[in-house]
Design a binder for this molecule. Structure first.
Ligand code: NAD
Length: 489
């Protein structure tokens, strides 16, 4: 079956496809501005039906206790996505504007493959742990610790890596025995809607276990956080929205797991290969037009070599032309929307207003009037207090900041409301490791190491979120812990 064959995606609620009560909304290609088709537009009532279906599937079926069924279903979903890889690839390129080269990695094939980790973890997990017999308060008691699913999970996701983020929630949440309502970003509804088609056609996932509710209205997502029938929110998006989700969830004290924004530092110590490190920083900042939460967007370099560092980063970024994401050589495609492009341009203007200069880039590329493209841009001449050094831009923009030695570099790296990720380069591996251990972030790349993988937890310190996605920690986010004490007298 061809996915989304008629150019319209539906809601997927209780195992059935339905139209949205608010009609439809368009989804477009950010590289061409062409409308690809429409998605069902859910309203509050539709969301209510989805939550109800997820609640019933959790309370009234054996899904949460049938590990063998869950493992089989996750493997079926993985296989179905793998069978449809080429269709999904074209969809991802056209709806997300994701460069083709990234679809064989974190934009598609990586996270699909990583569903195996969720299934394997559920299969091998020790769900009940015998604590043995003791006599607390003099009463002989046998204690068992049971791990159980949290219940109904509301998953709210952004548009930048839709498959990665949807699946990094769906896989472990289902593996742990939860049921789900997935509310994807309005910019990428189809990347989520296809999951409904694949689940219905290719898996034994029972009705109501996975519900997919697309909507153009952010407040429909907010209902998940407020609803008492939802036990947990798993949210990825901006820190501002995360704050609102957390406050909406407070009334029902539901568990809130947040993956939020970042303003990560790429630190080059004075003994490192400056040109090589800065070139890597420039490449990283340009990938997917800088639309990655963990991208290192502050390049922190020795003051004595500041100009060389700016030149090296600019040399790389000036050579990365924003281009057609279909082209296998493209590193930097468009940003997701005109609104996002204008937002990035606003930050670039603020850098100039604060006294910064552009070592390359600075705006829309000449000759590209169609599509939401922004030139990879290096900003020089500003300190860590500049707006472009403090706020998340989500565009291909790198701000170069001078440091006066390791302690100063560390101070700058940690002087951020965020704490998602970081990088440190040094010729001395021990020095780099010491520096990494003092960075207040959830993941660190030391001298080019890659922290992204199915078995490695990912998440943020400070205002970059709480909890961890991926790895065993990412699975256990979706579990409650119950201590059972049985009288042994
Ligand atoms: P966003 O916060 O605007 O939206 C994210 C999701 O939240 C969307 O589905 C949106 O519809 C929904 N939403 C908006 N307002 C809501 C509300 N009041 N209540 C409930 N849901 C609401 O983020 P975005 O612009 O789609 O994505 C970019 C942001 O996501 C960046 O800040 C980026 O750093 C962050 N992000 C973080 C990670 C991570 O793992 N830490 C990964 C990817 C993206």
């Amino acid at each position: 079956m061809a996915l989304l064959a008629d150019g319209v995606s539906a809601l997927f609620i209780d195992g059935k496809f339905s139209e949205g009560s608010a009609g439809t909304f368009p989804t477009a290609n950010p590289a061409t501005e062409e409308v690809l088709g429409v998605a069902a537009d859910a309203d509050a009532q539709d969301m209510g039906r989805a939550i109800d279906a997820a609640r019933r599937a959790f309370d009234d079926t054996d899904w949460s206790r049938n590990t063998e069924l869950r493992v089989r279903c996750i493997r079926q979903l993985r296989e179905a996505m793998q069978q449809h890889t080429e269709e999904l690839r074209e969809l991802t390129i056209s709806e997300v504007g994701a460069p083709r080269m990234l679809t064989s990695m974190a934009q598609l094939e990586g996270p699909v493959n990583d569903l195996a980790f969720a299934a394997d973890t559920a299969e091998s997990y020790v769900w009940n742990q015998d604590l043995g017999q003791a006599a607390p308060m003099g009463i002989p008691t046998r204690r068992t610790i049971a791990r159980e699913a949290v219940g109904v999970v509301g998953a709210i996701t952004p548009w930048n890596f839709p498959h990665q983020i949807n699946l990094a929630k769906l896989g472990p949440a289902l593996a742990a025995g939860n049921t789900i309502v997935l509310k994807p970003a309005p910019d990428t509804p189809w990347c989520a809607a296809v999951l409904g088609e694949l689940i219905a056609e290719h898996t034994d996932i029972p009705p109501g276990v996975v519900n997919i509710v697309t909507s153009s209205d952010h407040s429909v997502g907010a209902l998940l956080a407020k609803d008492p029938r939802v036990d947990m929110i798993s949210f990825t998006g901006s820190t501002a929205t995360g704050r609102s989700v957390m406050s909406d969830a407070a009334a029902t004290i539901k568990k809130v797991f947040l993956e939020l924004g970042g303003k990560s530092a790429f630190v080059v110590l004075d003994d490192a290969d400056l040109a090589g490190a800065c070139a890597m920083a420039g490449f990283t900042a340009s990938m997917h037009a800088g639309q990655g939460c963990a991208i290192t967007t502050r390049l922190v370099v020795p003051r004595a070599h500041y100009d060389d560092a700016v030149a090296a980063a600019a040399g790389t970024m000036a050579g990365i032309k924003p281009g057609d994401p279909n082209d296998p050589g493209t590193v930097c495609g468009p940003v997701i929307s005109a609104r996002q492009r204008d937002r990035v341009q606003g930050y670039l203007d603020s850098a100039i207003a604060e006294g910064g200069t552009f070592a390359c880039g600075g705006g829309r590329p000449a000759g590209r009037d169609v599509g939401y493209f922004i030139e990879p841009t290096v900003i020089a001449g500003l300190g860590n207090d500049a707006r472009v050094a403090r706020e998340e831009i989500f565009g291909p923009v790198l701000t170069v900041i001078a440091h006066d030695g390791d302690e100063d570099a560390l101070r700058i790296a940690n002087d951020s409301p965020y704490g998602l990720s970081g990088t440190v380069f040094s010729a001395d591996a021990d020095r780099a490791a010491r520096f990494a251990s003092r960075m207040r972030v959830g993941t660190v790349n030391v001298n080019g190491g890659v922290w992204y993988s199915a078995d490695a937890p990912f998440g943020g310190y400070k205002q970059s979120g709480n909890g961890r996605e991926m790895g065993l920690a990412g699975f256990e986010e979706y579990l409650e812990i119950k201590t059972i004490a049985t009288s042994a007298s």
